[in-house]
Design a protein around this ligand. Structure first.
Ligand code: NAD
Ligand code: ZN
Length: 341
């Protein structure tokens, strides 16, 4: 089968011929139709410090996908060949305290598809039955292929009550934009999104987020005055991983504000903790999805009318994967979807 492989401990990926993955008794073999490129895949492409210590080489990469069940293991009971599916890319251990308590998203032994075990950038992906999620007919393949990052946004945005609240989203990458869209749908009053990349701000505006601002040109104080906010933001969704954005956010929060941190910083950085203390802020770290609860919410949000399609700015055959990664590296795109048909 074709697969995009991290073949050596160096930058880049290779499209090459690989044996199909093994199918265990509780596994499902998925014929991949569409995949999307994640920021994590770009880290793996670049072979940065994090990838070098996390990713075993060689490895088939990728974890954002949609496909169709091609075969099932002997003990699989709930799924059948031909079903259209996506799936949860975090494989949890099932034996740690949190797993046993039904809180799989807090598993201490999580393995990532395409990060620590063979991934979805391939003609076939093998996934445990429990991780597979059937996709309803009214959700297109390409939308299901971006459910993994959409789930990051949904998990983050639904971490705190949004109804009537003023929400600040820092970082208008695909995840930030989807987070802002979910905040609006969940009943927020004002939603402001920031980015230092004008292409990304334009994409956010085209997705219906009207207050999309560049903090290097306009301060958040100025924006707040303009849109009639006098006190501060009630909820913050940090989706950039950039230290200045985190600092801007802490500064712009109202007392008692709540912050969900999803963005991953490339290096550790300092913040003014006294502001967190005197403002009595709540800060929550977010990793992945709240597994299947988030998948239910995602499917529900899309079926309820949330349209993610315009976020997919590029559709390429898999042979053009290099172009897709270049776009992602430049940040001149929304989601980039690779077609495996
Ligand atoms: P992305 O890189 O496409 O988006 C981040 C955006 O932040 C970029 O558009 C960038 O221009 C912007 N930015 C940089 N400096 C800024 C500043 N000072 N103020 C405002 N914006 C600024 O990434 P993405 O795919 O949308 O993911 C968002 C973040 O979430 C990334 O940091 C990613 O690594 C992280 N992530 C975390 C998880 C998790 O489970 N915690 C999962 C997926 C992604
Ligand atoms: Zn566990």
């Amino acid at each position: 089968m074709r697969a995009l492989v991290k073949a050596t401990a160096a930058p880049g990926l290779e499209l090459r011929d690989e044996p199909a993955p093994e199918l265990g008794p509780s596994d499902v073999l998925i014929r991949v139709r569409k995949t999307a490129i994640c920021g994590t895949d770009v880290h793996i492409w670049n072979w940065d410090e994090w990838s070098a210590k996390t990713v075993p080489v060689p490895l088939v990469t990728g974890h954002e996908f949609c496909g169709e069940i091609a075969a099932i293991g002997g003990s699989v009971t709930k799924l059948t060949v031909g079903q259209r599916v996506s799936g949860e890319g975090h494989i949890t251990c099932g034996r740690c305290r949190n797993c046993r308590a039904g809180r799989g998203h807090l598993c201490r032994n999580t393995l990532g598809v395409g990060v620590q075990r063979p991934g979805a950038f391939a003609d076939y992906l093998s996934l445990p039955e429990a991780n597979v999620v059937p996709i309803p007919d009214d959700i297109p393949d390409e939308v299901a292929a971006i459910f993994d990052p959409f789930g990051n946004s949904v998990h983050t945005a639904l971490s705190f009550d949004m109804v009537g609240e003023d929400v600040l989203v820092t970082g208008a990458g695909p995840i930030g934009i989807m987070g802002a869209m979910v905040a609006r749908r969940a009943g927020a009053r004002k939603v402001v999104i920031t980015d230092i990349n004008e292409d990304r701000l334009a994409l956010a505006r085209s997705m219906g987020i009207e207050h999309a601002v560049n903090p290097s040109r306009t301060t958040l104080r100025e924006v707040m005055a303009e849109i009639g906010m006098s006190e501060g933001f009630d909820v913050g969704l940090e989706m950039s991983g950039a230290a200045p954005a985190v600092r801007d956010m802490i500064e712009a929060m109202n007392n008692g504000g709540k912050i969900a941190l999803l963005g991953i910083a490339p290096v550790e950085f300092a913040i003014d903790w006294n502001k967190v203390i005197f403002k009595m802020l709540t800060i929550k770290g977010i990793y992945g999805r709240e597994i299947f609860e988030t998948w239910y919410k995602m499917i529900g949000l899309v079926q309820g009318g949330l349209d993610l399609t315009p976020l997919i700015t590029h559709r390429l055959p898999v042979a053009d994967f290099r172009e897709g990664f270049e776009l992602m590296r430049a940040g001149t795109c929304g989601k980039v979807v690779l077609d495996w048909s």
